[in-house]
Design a protein around this ligand. Sequence first.
Ligand SMILES: [Zn+2]
Length: 306
Amino acid sequence: MPELPEIASRAREMNKELTGKTIRKVEVLQPKCLNVSTKKFASALEGAKLGGTSYHGKWLFTETTKGYLLINMGMGGELLLVDSKEMPEKWRVAFHFKGKTTLAVNFWWFGYTHYAAALAKHKISAKLGPNAIDVTLAEFREMLGKRRGAIKSFLLNQERIAGIGNAYVHDILFLAGLHPLRTIDTLTDDEVEALWNGIQKGLKPSLRKRGAFYERDLYGKRGGFKMKDILVGYREGKPCPSCGEKVVKIKTGGTSSFICPKCQPLRPKRGVKKKASAKKVKTIATKKSAKKTAKKAKPAARKKRS
Ligand SMILES: [Zn+2]
């Protein structure tokens, strides 16, 4: 399934190749992909000149002189820029441009090509949380706020944070050193920062390589992010790249997770208190040193017990 690195790469390619093109004709083989009738969709977009393409979560937005074209590749598919006379074998919706090129859209399972006069009118994409790589650390802290649920569920919830799915979530949690079932309310400030860093480091290498190998770009070329670039995701039994321990596959709620049991313990590290205020830290420190003093003072008593 395409996630942020793939969708962001497609947006970049569409921006480069499609901006300035004018749609001559729209053809629809699968009307179910549309949010309006085929007739309305075609008449809305035929004659439209394309502007820039951006993305939000798994949606691609292309601005045109007549409103917006929105594409969601669903479980995956191809978005190919081809010669109009050399259409790919499989396609569901085609946008033929003036000048003999065509954007051919194919969905492996199901996807969407929508039309909206204005982006705010497109209810599905308007509900999405911010794009995962655009969130600042301060915004991320704010978003986690007083939430309590498991951290993996939060990352996968597109209405909270958009663009992370089952392909990249494993490595994001591994990079952060967090077990997928850790709950948000148990995270320390440092762990929140580690998770924010994990999102950046877990998505950007693939983004730089035009997405994962199982998806194709606008020119039909496979993405450059390969299986060997993945750290722990789908690598059950292989050594952890950090400590050498075997990666295990575990059940986490309704989904599977791949983790290093040593680098991603379920229990928070001992002695770390969440967001302890300066006053609390002082109290803990005082208690600890008091304990030490007590231990030192009673060697005889400890001997007796053993
Ligand atoms: Zn490890």
